[in-house]
Design a binder for this molecule. Structure first.
Ligand code: HEM
Length: 529
């Protein structure tokens, strides 16, 4: 940006005044009143007390005092950019969602990359999952894929999420450590939560120390549902595949970079766009039906499992480019509100118990974080491709109230302002899934195999990648003070891979290999890498 020249004056106390030139912008209060002096508060005498009467001073300080809003309860540190999605292959056999059926259609989007456990000021290269949340401003409403760069998750049921996050964040008595992995609480929770072992393998891999946001994948994680014009459902998993390829740093590089440039990832993305080399991703889908779901070795509703691409290949249906930086970090990156329940006609949910909980959580937390049910009126959250019309009104900072007399429906008024009606043919219809069963707090037995896919992931890795996983486990567990927690983790590793368990036990100086942790289902050894 070019520098702007101003006339300047030096005041009696030596302070510098920048005086607006004739055509230039003039400083005003929030009420639009021009400001004569922004360097000195109103006083009695040259050295006297400041007066309450100084409305400009009071307004300025009052506003500053209220600049902060709560940071996100998770994924607090993030970086957002704008982009465009282009569809290259129609999914019209499977969905009525126009964004996924009209080939060549371009849809504006906003993506926020994030780390999960650190607070807003934490370093970019912590070993952590990266959030990859995408908002598509489709012409049928906003559709969000609130994903991560790992295809599976720690837990199977949303009721465990507060515990998992409490254990991963700073310990409450001391306010440290920030790193998700390097502490007793986190590993204590993991050691008692065998369902997390698959995710742990991914977290200890190089995926959690990416070279750049530009070199990570994105996954919708859950099984979602597409719904076509006949009302038929198809299961779907969403994938973002970086055209830049996958790239990570080494752990010792990550540690150094965090010290030298904690903004490494956001600077990298800013520079890439600045230098006109914007990153691109392909959008892919894995599609499958009930027959596949019923015969698959694992439950497709279990977010700790993935569907191997060898079994259901990822079909590329379009791509997106992220080529525009935000103009205002707070207004856009901070105030953007993603939500898994933001779907459009033709896209629906499944009974994944983690997804069901998320559908409640995002809206709820955003009311607290953004302070008003009207956070959808903030420009970054407003639909762009279609009108918004309803009879919701008032609340803090309402920008978009119903106009005219009518604020309810049904009504029989005409012509007194926008008077929207339901649309049975084009409106959102939930998938009419057949449900039955007794009411109970249960976990399906089909969720019980916690080790087979962890093993599948581990043995699919190249030797050097396997070494990095072992090194990472030794490094992180060596920060755990309680030896019994270290032992328990090794006991879980024995259900995944004996050699890995031995490497980690050796690295931790354990004299004996701890007993295997009990498994509800013996891990399978017949699955391909
Ligand atoms: C925020 C992903 C599970 C609650 C986020 C964000 C991402 C994400 C990417 C950051 C959004 C942004 O950039 O603004 C995921 C994935 C999950 C998962 C992929 C599992 C597959 C959960 C669960 C819950 C939850 C189970 C709660 C039951 C939240 C909350 C926020 C958040 C409260 C903060 C939202 C805000 O303040 O705007 N999640 N999450 N997440 N997530 Fe999740």
């Amino acid at each position: 940006d070019a520098a702007r020249s101003f006339d300047t004056e030096v005041g009696a106390g030596g302070e510098l005044h920048q005086i607006a030139d004739d055509g230039g912008d003039v400083l005003t209060t929030q009420q639009g009143v021009r400001v004569a002096d922004d360097q000195n508060s109103l006083k009695v005498g040259d050295r006297g007390p400041t007066l309450l009467e100084d409305f400009h001073f009071r307004e300025k300080i009052f506003h500053f005092d209220h600049e902060r809003i709560p940071e996100r309860v998770v994924h607090a540190r993030g970086f957002g950019v704008h982009g465009t999605f282009t569809l290259t292959e129609s999914l019209e056999d499977h969905t009525v969602a126009k964004m996924l059926t009209e080939v060549g259609e371009q849809t504006q989007m906003f993506v926020r990359f994030s780390t999960v456990a650190g607070n807003k000021g934490s370093p970019d290269l912590a070993r952590d999952v990266r959030g990859f949340a995408a908002k598509f401003y489709t012409k049928e409403g906003n559709w969000d894929i609130v994903g991560n760069n790992i295809p599976v998750f720690f837990i199977q049921d949303a009721i465990k999420f507060p515990d998992m996050v409490h254990a991963a964040k700073q310990e409450p008595d001391r306010g440290f450590p920030q790193a998700q992995t390097a502490h007793d609480n986190f590993w204590d929770f993991i050691s008692l939560t065998p369902e997390s072992m698959h995710m742990i393998m991914w977290i200890m891999s190089d995926r959690t120390i990416p070279r750049s946001f530009r070199t990570i994948e994105g996954f919708g994680v859950h099984t979602f549902r597409l719904i076509n014009a006949e009302g038929k459902g198809t299961y779907v998993k969403f994938h973002f595949k970086p055209r830049q390829g996958l790239q990570s740093v080494m752990w010792n590089e990550a540690v150094k970079i965090n010290g030298a440039d904690p903004d490494f990832h956001r600077r990298d993305l800013w520079d890439a766009i600045d230098q006109d080399t914007p990153p691109e991703w392909d959008l892919g889908v894995q599609l499958f039906d009930d027959e596949f779901a019923d015969n698959f070795e694992f439950d497709v509703l279990d977010a700790t499992k993935l569907i191997p691409e060898e079994q259901i290949p990822v079909r590329i249906i379009g791509s997106f480019v992220l080529d525009a930086r935000v103009e205002n970090f707070f207004a856009e990156t901070e105030q953007v509100a993603f939500c898994t329940q933001n779907v459009v006609p033709g896209i629906g949910f499944t009974n994944d118990p983690l997804l069901q909980g998320r559908n409640f959580s995002y809206l709820d937390t955003q009311l607290k974080r953004l302070g008003s049910p009207n956070f959808t009126h903030i420009p970054i959250n407003q639909p762009r491709g279609c009108p918004v019309m309803n009879f919701q009104q008032d609340g803090h900072m309402a920008m978009r109230n119903p106009k005219g007399r009518v604020n309810y429906e049904p009504n029989s008024w005409a012509g007194s302002g926008p008077n929207p009606r339901e649309s049975p043919t084009t409106g959102y219809r939930h998938f009419p899934a057949e449900e039955s069963g007794r009411k109970a707090q249960v976990r399906s037995a089909s969720f019980a195999d916690h080790y087979s896919q962890a093993r599948q992931f581990f043995i699919s890795q190249a030797p050097i990648e396997q070494k990095h996983i072992g090194d990472a486990l030794v490094f992180e567990l060596s920060k755990v003070e309680r030896v019994d927690i270290r032992q328990k983790i090794v006991g879980h590793l024995r259900n995944i891979d004996e050699t890995l368990a031995k490497v980690v036990a050796g690295g931790l100086g354990l004299k004996e290999l701890p007993p295997k942790e009990k498994a509800a289902v013996e891990p399978r050894t017949d699955l391909p890498a």
